[in-house]
Design a protein around this ligand. Sequence first.
Ligand code: 5AD
Ligand code: SF4
Length: 478
Amino acid sequence: MNVLDSELVVGSLRRQGYQLVAEPVDADVILFNTCSVREHAEEKIYSALGRLTGHKKHHPEIVIGVIGCMAQKDQEIVRKRAPHVDIVCGTGQLARIPELVEEVKRSRVPQYALSLDRMEANRHEVEASFESYDPPRDAAMRPTPFQAFVRIQIGCDKFCTYCVVPSTRGPEQSRSPEHIVAESRILAAEGCKEITLLGQTVNSYEFVQGDGRRTRLSDLLERLSTINGIERIKFITNFPKDMTDDLLDAVRDLDKVCKYLHVPVQSGCNDVLKRMKRMYTVELYRDMLARCQERVPAAVISSDFIVGFCGESEESFQKSCDLVREAKFKNSFIFKYSPRKGTKADDLYPDDIPEEVKKRRNNDLLAIQNTNCLADHRSRIGQRVTVLVEGYSKLGLRQPASGPRQLTGRSMTDHIVVFDGSPRLVGQTIQVLIREASSFTLYGDVETSEVDGLALAIPEHVPNAAEESPRRIGLPLL
Ligand code: 5AD
Ligand code: SF4
C-alpha cells in the first residue's frame, strides 16, 4: 500500500516539475512515507529524521515531510521529536502534498493535513476525510513497467486488537468497479501485464451501486480478466472469514488470476485468536484451507503469524508450530508482537512475553516454515512453470554484460524462479523447466521464449526491482 502511495505522490510532484534525486542531501523536498504497524519501523524514521537535523540547519530552505500512517497517528509526537519537520500529512490527504510543499516554501509555516480520528465524528464524516488517492499514476515509479498495484479498497473495519491500521487508514471503503477497470485499462495500454489488487482485507471488497447492484471481488476479477494486455491478476491481503466460495471459484476458473492466496491466520491457538479479536477459530481457518484446496487444487496459500502476543504461552505457541507444520504454507511472514499505542491490546493486556522469547519463537517458526518451503520447492523439480520475467537477479546484476546473465521472475503461484537468459526476455511470459530448488528459490532453464515485437523494443538496460525504471509519463486518470 505504501509503495503505491509513494508512486502516486511522486507522480503528482513530477507534474509540478520535480525530479527524483539519488541522495536526500541533493533534494529540495525530502518526504518520508511511513509505516506504523510495528515500533521498529517508526524508530527508523525518527533516526533518519535525526540525521537530517544538521542538514536542515544549514539549508533551512529545504522542505522535510512525514507522510502516511505515522503522520496520521502521531502528528504531535512527530512535531515534538522532530521540530524541523515542515509537513505532516496523513494517508487520506496525500493528494494535497504538492499544495502543502508550495505553502511551506511560500510561508515557511509548518503544514498539517490529517484525516479525522475515528472517534472524532460520525462514520460518514470520517470516511469523507480519508480520500482515496488513486488517479494520478507515474509508470516510472513502479517496480517494473509491466507490473502495477491497483487499490480497490481503503481502510479497515476489523479492529484486530493489536493493529493500528483501522485508525491510520480509516474506515473500510471499496472503490467503484468502473474506476478500477478504467485505471487497469490505462495501465494495460501503457504496457502493464500484471496488476495486483490491494486492500487490507481485499476479499471483503463490495461495491453497491446507487441502484442496489453489488460487485464482489469475484465479479471484479471477471471484469478485469477481459482487459486485453493484462495477463496476470493478483490480490492481497485476504481475511480468513471472508474467503467465499464464489471468490475461490473465480480464482479457479479465470486463467489470468494467479493461483496464490495470502490469508493471514496470525496464531494457531484459539485463546490467542480471541484476544486478538480475529473473529474466527483455528478450526474455521483449517476448514477454509481445506475448502481452498478442494475448490482450487492448483492454489498455494501463504500466511502471517504474530509471535509473542500478550499471554501467548509455550503451549499456545506450539499450536502455531503445529499449524505451520501441517498447513504447508507456501510462505509464512512472521512478526514479533509490537505493542501499539491506542490499540485495544495495548489497553487491555500486558506485553508479557520477553523479547528473547519472542525472538526464539520467531526463529523456531521460521525454521519449520523453511523446511516446508524446501520440500515444496523440491516437489516442483521437473515441472514446467509460466514465468513473467522481472529483471536481473541479484547475481545477474553482478555478472559481466558480455555473457549470459541470471534473470528472475515469478510463477503463477508466486514462486520466485531464476534462470539464465537474454535481457530481451524481461517483461515476457515464458516457460521455465525447474531443475533445482532451495528454500527460497526455484532454479530452471528457459524452455520456450515467445519473443515478440514488443520484446525487441525493450532497451538493453534492464531494470530490476531496486532500480528506477525507464522514465515514462503516467497518464492522468479520471
Ligand atoms: N505487532 C506485530 N505484528 C503486527 N502485524 C500487525 N500489527 C502488528 C503488531 N502490532 C502483522 C500482522 C499483519 C502484518 C501486516 O503485520 O501479522 O498481518
Ligand atoms: Fe489490521 Fe486486522 Fe485490519 Fe488486517 S484485518 S489491517 S490485521 S485490523
